[in-house]
Design a protein around this ligand. Structure first.
Ligand code: VGL
Ligand code: ZN
Length: 195
């Protein structure tokens, strides 16, 4: 039961970057390579069926409150213009790339991240891109299920898109045991369909 793509749908591929998807990456997510392979197939399918394909990239400066060495919780990862931040080589060229987590921004959603200076969410161009294309439904896949995929899917429903999670194209970090399952429950509660 694969997703049904058409011109009114978008495939949002969250952060399938070397640091998350390659075993040598700084924040490798267990199963990340399989996710990259599956996402690569889905991107081809989506394109063939006329859907919009958007890839997000976690895109941090070297010094950011998002990293543990500057008060955050994560090891250094997805530093701008490094190998770790590149999209995984299993992915075909995306039609659109959305970068997030720039500057002093901390947060996880491809729709926007929080600026620590202003305390406000800095939106990425994603919402406008989707509404500008007449997109009604989105399929979300990528890494990591319990972090950026969850945040992005929740924002997608809040923004009014009919939102689906592609279960076989994601994997959880599980920083705390059970985080992946809790993320699934939270998404289900918010009306996100699992396909
Ligand atoms: C992510 C941790 C830190 C993600 C990004 O893409 O899920 N996780 N930054
Ligand atoms: Zn990050």
């Amino acid at each position: 039961m694969g997703p049904n793509f058409d011109r009114r749908t978008a495939l949002i591929v969250v952060d399938v970057q070397n640091d998350f998807a390659d075993p040598k990456g700084a924040l490798f997510v267990q199963g990340g390579e399989l996710v990259a392979a599956r996402v690569g197939q889905l991107m081809q399918e989506a394109r063939r069926q006329g859907a919009l394909v958007v890839c997000s990239q976690d895109w941090h400066p070297l010094q950011t409150p998002h990293f543990a060495d500057h008060g955050g919780i994560w090891p250094r990862h997805c530093v701008q213009d490094t190998w770790g931040a590149e999209l995984h080589p299993r992915l075909p060229e995306p039609e659109q790339v959305i970068r997030k987590g720039l500057g002093d921004q901390d947060g996880y959603s491809a729709f926007g991240t929080l600026s620590l200076a202003t305390g406000e969410v800095v939106p990425t161009p994603l919402a406008e891109l989707l509404s500008g294309r007449g997109i009604e439904a989105v399929f979300v896949a990528g890494l990591a299920l319990d972090v950026c995929v969850k945040a992005t899917a929740l924002d997608a429903t809040t923004s009014g898109f009919s939102t689906h999670l592609i279960a076989d194209a994601t994997a959880a970090v599980n920083l705390q045991r059970g985080d992946g399952d809790r993320a699934l429950a939270e998404m289900a509660e918010r009306g996100i369909a699992v396909v």
